[in-house]
Write a new protein. Structure first.
Lengths: 199, 221
């Protein structure tokens, strides 16, 4: 009970955003990235580990920090199949999900465009803890940048089209344990369409 | 300033790749030299998962599950995957808790441990360039099926015999050492680094035998 009262007091004392300060953006789209392992020569074989086009869901909270500028806290989930290709053929390795959390600055550009730039982390979540993900499913820092286009649908509700690039470096504990060095630089692009609601 | 920012972005986006380790020399012989021929076998991605049958009431069942898991974990890119099937008639590999009945036309790969014995047999198809499925694995007690340590013996021997069915078909186990599960008289209960390097070498090199699908026999079980 004492804890509940304390919680209420803390919440009451916290700065409450003024009207129309916060915004929520939800979107859906697709993400495509380069291979996790790209044409590595293993004995007499050439191996790649690829992901397909990944359906993507995005949820972002915006908080204004200056006129026409806001901070975005965004979470994205993308999920696609994972395939190992070699000289002998392709092996289906189940599903690979990525969860990205980023903090970005968003500002205005001409023609209703917006830019975003920021960074965060990406967490890998394979459907099976095997192969390169045998020992762990890594979480890696990433940088990101994007462009958005906004059109008002009605007061307080906007249509948002977005394109995004992000980059991180991929390796796993299992790969390192088995003598693989350096890391694969992963560049991904994503396109989303969604709605933004101001409060 | 703008130029520096562009260069920085290009640098970030530039390619950087994982570098595989140097080819390991720490592997043993997996091929079978037969006269002037060198025989080697591996499962191809199109044949996965390998279908394995073992009787539901067989004491080998949990050890087959363990052996599949061990060998699957040896690989980085899903080179070998296997699943249990309920009908031996559709299996690529048949595992039995009995001694083999007849060994007249097949190649035999054996393992001897104190409490149990294992053999794996395969048959070459006519022409000698294909392996007639199924593989047959036999693991049976040396004397007493309830002997002390029989479960450990089963675990080691089933892993060893499944290693043969993966393609480690050198009949003399040449080069395998006491710390490897593919040693002739295996005592190591697991997969060693040399075992792992050997199957990696096998699955990323050329082989001479292709698997020949079996002709279904409705009466077999």
């Amino acid at each position: 009970m004492r804890l509940s009262i304390l919680t209420v007091l803390v919440l009451a004392a916290a700065p409450v955003p003024a009207a129309a300060q916060l915004s929520v953006r939800v979107g859906a789209g697709a993400t495509l990235g380069n291979a996790l392992v790209s044409e590595a020569i293993v004995y007499d074989d050439i191996i790649s580990l690829k992901t397909g086009v990944a359906p993507t869901l995005a949820l972002a909270l915006g908080y204004p920090v200056a006129p026409r500028y806001q901070l975005l806290l965004e979470a994205r989930i993308a999920s696609s199949g994972m395939t190992a290709t070699s000289d002998e053929g392709d092996a289906d390795l189940g599903t690979l999900r990525t969860i990205g959390v980023t903090v970005m600055a968003e500002g205005p550009l001409p023609y209703g465009m917006r830019f975003q730039i920021g960074g965060g982390a990406i967490k890998y979540s394979p459907s099976e803890a095997t192969g390169v993900f045998l020992a762990d499913a890594p979480m890696k820092p990433m940088v990101t940048a994007g462009l958005g286009w906004v059109r008002a649908l009605r007061p307080g509700l906007d249509l948002h089209l977005g394109g995004r690039w992000d980059m991180h470096e991929f390796t796993t504990t299992t790969l390192r344990q088995r003598g693989w060095s350096q890391a694969q630089r992963i560049n991904r692009v994503a396109f989303t369409i969604g709605l933004e609601r101001g409060f | 300033m703008r130029r520096i920012a562009c260069l920085a972005l290009l640098g970030l986006a530039a390619c950087a790749d994982l570098v595989p380790p140097r080819s390991s020399e720490s592997y043993y012989e997996y091929r079978q030299v037969s006269g002037l021929d060198t025989l080697s076998f591996k499962w191809l991605p199109s044949q996965l998962p390998v279908k394995i049958w073992v009787a539901d009431d067989s004491p080998l069942l949990p050890h087959v599950v363990t052996a599949i898991d061990r060998w699957e974990r040896a690989f980085l890119f899903g080179e070998f995957r296997a699943t249990l099937v309920p009908d031996s008639n559709t299996a690529d590999v048949i595992v039995r808790n009995t001694p083999p009945v007849s060994l007249l036309t097949v190649s035999v790969l054996s393992a001897f441990a104190p409490q149990c014995t294992g053999e794996t047999t395969f048959e070459l198809a006519q022409g000698g360039d294909a392996l007639q499925l199924p593989w047959r694995i036999f693991v049976w007690p040396a004397s007493n099926p309830n002997a002390n340590g029989i479960e450990t013996c089963y675990a080691i021997t089933v892993t060893h015999e499944l290693g043969h069915a993966l393609g480690i078909i050198n009949p003399n186990h040449t080069g395998a050492q006491v710390g490897d599960v593919m040693y002739r008289d295996p005592v190591f209960n697991g997969i060693s680094e040399r075992d792992r390097a050997t199957v990696e070498r096998l699955y990323h090199g050329p082989t001479t035998l292709r698997p020949l699908a079996r002709t279904p026999n409705p009466s077999a079980r």
